[in-house]
Design a protein around this ligand. Structure first.
Ligand code: COA
Ligand code: ZN
Length: 302
């Protein structure tokens, strides 16, 4: 049977990647990289986060960035932890807002300084505050593993997803492998179970994965097999969650695009141009990268 779905990549280096570089990058460099990612064919980009500058000083220039990339022919989204972030994102013209919370109490408290219950109340407030034309995405972090508590029980994840679907029945729900400790079997099974919940019938799905244990591409393909079409990746594999000790970067965009290309599935991304941007990202001072494709002879990669 031929595959009629097309995989869609959301490029998250400007958010998950740039936040991992301790010394904030110059705003103009961030803007140039976002523009070049779109020029390389990235049709969806997480351009950063509207968060407390005390928590993540690297994102202190979000309003400027949003203003400078607003004209780009791509879906632009921004991560938010609360209503204030959502309002700031909307005021800056961002059309897709990604609300983040973690299934595990320990990671949620570490990351957004509140209980999971409080975060779910926050989701309801964000959903109510968003204008109708703004897409709501919910990043369900630590949906597999928590850096503090280890494996997060499936029941706990499904209960959280059911609550999300109840509050936001049409939101895009991303199960996030925050620590990169998931395996393809768990990814497939958890997506299947979440998608089978009666309350999630109208939700759409995404997978956000890190490559810390070398499972990133395999995990994404397991999600694809479960019916997920949207994937977060970062060019050059830049990143690492500042609140998940030991987590390395997101799965490298070029590695996942390569896998899809080899399977005859077009993501719309031009590999040669993407690798050129990935090289520039890898050269940023202070960044930790982790791409396979950048290491092979270039003529074999494109
Ligand atoms: N944008 C800008 N500033 C914000 C903000 C937002 N979305 N939300 C809160 N603030 C400000 C507050 O006004 C306050 O400033 P002040 O100290 O000058 O008065 C400060 O940040 C702390 O606010 P408070 O409501 O007390 O929150 P907190 O200290 O409990 O922190 C979060 C909670 C969620 C705001 C903060 O932890 C955060 O932004 N985390 C982001 C985490 C993240 O991005 N992780 C990586 C991605 S998974
Ligand atoms: Zn991440």
């Amino acid at each position: 049977m031929s595959e009629t779905r097309r995989p869609r990549i959301c490029e998250v280096a400007p958010r998950d990647g740039f936040q991992s570089i301790a010394r904030p990058l110059p705003t103009d460099d961030k803007i140039a990289i976002i523009r070049d990612l779109v020029a390389a064919g990235c049709q969806r980009v997480e351009i950063g986060s509207f968060v407390s500058p005390k928590a993540i000083p690297q994102m202190g220039d979000m309003a400027q960035i949003a203003e400078a990339v607003r004209d780009l022919p791509a879906r632009l989204c921004a991560l938010v932890p609360n209503v204030r972030g959502a309002e700031n994102a909307v005021a800056a013209g961002v059309a897709e807002v990604c609300y983040v919370f973690s299934v595990s109490e320990a990671h949620n408290r570490n990351n957004v300084r509140q209980s999971v219950e409080h975060s779910l109340e926050g989701l309801a407030n964000v959903a109510a505050a968003l204008p109708e034309n703004v897409l709501l995405r919910v990043d369900v972090a630590t949906a597999f593993d928590c850096p503090f508590d280890g494996t997060v029980p499936l029941d706990q994840v499904l209960a959280a997803v059911a609550r999300v679907a109840d509050i936001a029945p049409e939101a895009e729900i991303a199960l996030c492998d925050t620590t990169g400790r998931a395996n393809p079997f768990a990814v497939r099974d958890r997506f299947r179970a979440a998608m089978a919940l009666p309350g999630t019938a109208r939700n759409t799905w995404a997978f956000h994965g890190h490559d810390t244990f070398g499972q990133g591409v395999a995990n994404a393909l397991a999600a694809w097999d479960a019916g997920v079409s949207d994937f977060d990746t970062a060019a050059a594999g830049l990143g690492g969650c500042p609140f998940a000790p030991g987590a390395t970067g997101n799965t490298a965009t070029e590695d996942l695009v390569f896998a899809f290309n080899e399977g005859g599935l077009d993501t719309g991304i031009d590999m040669e141009r993407l690798l050129a941007v990935a090289d520039r990202i890898a050269a940023l001072p202070g960044g930790v990268t982790g791409s396979h494709l950048r290491s092979v002879p270039r003529e074999r990669a494109i």
